[in-house]
Design a protein around this ligand. Structure first.
Ligand SMILES: NC(=O)C1=CN([C@@H]2O[C@H](COP(=O)(O)OP(=O)(O)OC[C@H]3O[C@@H](n4cnc5c(N)ncnc54)[C@H](OP(=O)(O)O)[C@@H]3O)[C@@H](O)[C@H]2O)C=CC1
Ligand SMILES: O=C(O)CCC(=O)C(=O)O
Length: 437
């Protein structure tokens, strides 16, 4: 099939914006561009490079027909946005969620470019997915959908071109089907086409927990930076999946008090602390949070306004907006999710003295362990879980120090500082390759 590819993606970039009650336009793409424009004023980067980075290299949109279990046919829309590859192959997850659209994928792929650069990984940024509610499909239907999606985007992915991974609504099994479908088309087993696979077929130990682990590591460092003690820290976490649940359990193990967690239906709250190991994760049992014993339940709006030391939004994007930023009571927000804070909310939180540690640093453990997986696939050698976690700690602490240095040197917000680190590495790579614009 001929790829339906738009090199400039203008058609999609001008559509699908959402607006908050207060009128703030906040698609992931709009937020990502505003963040870039603001951060660029603090970085020594050519205006032309910044202009180029506002646009993806390529966005592929495909129709993904699915034969349902009852024999009827339904057609879903899938996307893959490839933002920039100056530092290496495009890298980023595949999301299965009803709200997936082109602009969301472009914005998320921009964030992947910065994330890989902040962590100094040899990758660029990509992101994709299918506009579908995976909970409405059977196991077999998700397998058929994934295999067909892999066929539709096979021309633009590959271990040295673009390497997908899990994101919301996808997991190690999804990656296994994707890898198998791609390998069958290529006529040989190619584990490195995706990361986040089960270890038995070339996946890495620790990948599933990694974005939650890095979110916990960065929370720990932030607490220490502000002269506090983790054992006296209260935390609320929105979302109890790969990112939220793993961050919650680690922070609890390290002494923090997790007072509230939520899933799509709402939150449970215990001011004395929850036993997060006893709460099933999204992977173990979706929508199980409200079934747990707890003194209070809250809505997903209320959890964001709890009086806690640390708030970790770890579910969907755009949850902190100009509508509720004034009501946030946490002292520190650590972004476990991608893009939970709109541009206007960021400004309000900054004015109120609330530190926001950005997604492109905090949740970067996922793509970092994906990089370790990619290396393991190339070398056909599996690292132990201990090796993975040790290397992840080293990479996260190095990135934390790089960003912290910029925060202190230029008196920047954590987000601006992370962008400055990323942009300078990307601009230097473009300059040295002579790859401008
Ligand atoms: N997986 C990864 O490798 C990485 C993911 N991220 C980002 O982290 C975020 C979460 O991803 P991940 O943990 O993988 O997702 P999962 O699918 O594993 O879990 C998502 C969690 O969020 C809950 N949820 C879904 N919709 C809402 C909503 N509208 N309000 C509140 N909670 C909701 C789900 O509830 P329920 O169980 O009831 O469905 C579930 O608990 C996303 O922004 C993703 O892009 C970032 C880096 C890496
Ligand atoms: O592991 C990866 O390649 C990407 C993970 C991801 O999508 C993300 O960090 O948002």
């Amino acid at each position: 099939m001929t790829p339906n590819t738009s090199d400039h993606a203008t058609d999609v970039e001008s559509s699908t914006k959402t607006t908050t009650a207060a009128g703030e336009t906040d698609s992931a793409l709009v937020t990502a561009r505003r963040q870039l424009e603001r951060a660029a004023t603090h970085a020594d980067v050519d205006d032309g490079v910044v202009e180029r980075l506002k646009h993806p290299t390529r966005v592929q949109r495909v129709s993904v027909p699915l034969e349902r279990d009852d024999g009827t046919v339904e057609v879903f829309t899938g996307y893959r946005s490839q933002h920039d590859d100056v530092r290496g192959p495009y890298k980023g997850g595949l999301r299965y969620h009803p709200e997936v659209n082109a602009n969301e994928c472009i914005g998320l792929s921009m964030w992947m470019t910065w994330k890989c650069a902040v962590l100094d990984l040899p990758f660029g940024g990509g992101k994709g997915g299918i506009a579908v509610d995976p909970k409405s499909l059977s196991h077999d239907e998700i397998e058929r959908l994934t295999r067909r999606f892999a066929e539709e985007i096979r021309d633009i992915v590959g271990p040295t071109r673009d390497v997908p991974a899990p994101d919301m609504g996808t997991d190690a099994q999804t990656m296994a089907w994707f890898m198998d479908a791609y390998s069958m088309q290529q006529g040989e087993t190619i584990p490195g086409v995706v990361t986040g696979k089960p270890p038995v077929i070339g996946g890495s130990h620790g990948r599933e927990e990694a974005p939650g682990r890095s979110t916990a590591i960065i929370t720990r460092e932030a607490i220490d930076h502000y002269g506090r003690d983790l054992s006296e820290t209260t935390v609320a976490i929105q979302g109890f999946g790969s990112v939220g649940a793993n961050a919650a359990r680690l922070l609890e193990d390290w002494g923090a008090t997790i007072v509230s967690v939520s899933d799509v239906n709402g939150a449970i709250y215990d001011p004395d602390g929850l036993d997060t190991h006893a709460i099933p994760t999204h992977d173990e049992e979706p929508e199980a949070v409200l079934e747990q014993d707890a003194p209070h339940t809250l809505s997903n709006e209320e959890i964001l306004e709890l009086d806690v030391d640390v708030l970790i939004p770890a579910a969907v994007g755009n949850v902190l907006t100009d509508d509720n930023a004034d009501d946030v009571q946490a002292d520190i927000v650590v972004e476990g999710a991608n893009g939970p804070t709109t541009f206007a909310a960021d400004t309000i939180l900054e004015e109120r003295g609330i530190s926001v540690i950005p997604d492109i640093l905090a949740n970067a453990g996922g793509v970092t362990v994906s990089y370790f997986e990619w290396l393991q696939d190339i070398n056909r050698r599996q690292w132990t879980l201990e090796e993975i976690n040790e290397e992840l700690e080293v990479k996260m602490l190095a990135a934390w120090e790089d960003v912290r240095t910029e925060v202190e040197r230029k008196d920047l917000t954590w987000r601006d500082a992370a962008y400055v680190v990323a942009l300078s590495r990307i601009a230097e790579a473009k300059a040295v390759r002579g790859l401008w614009p």
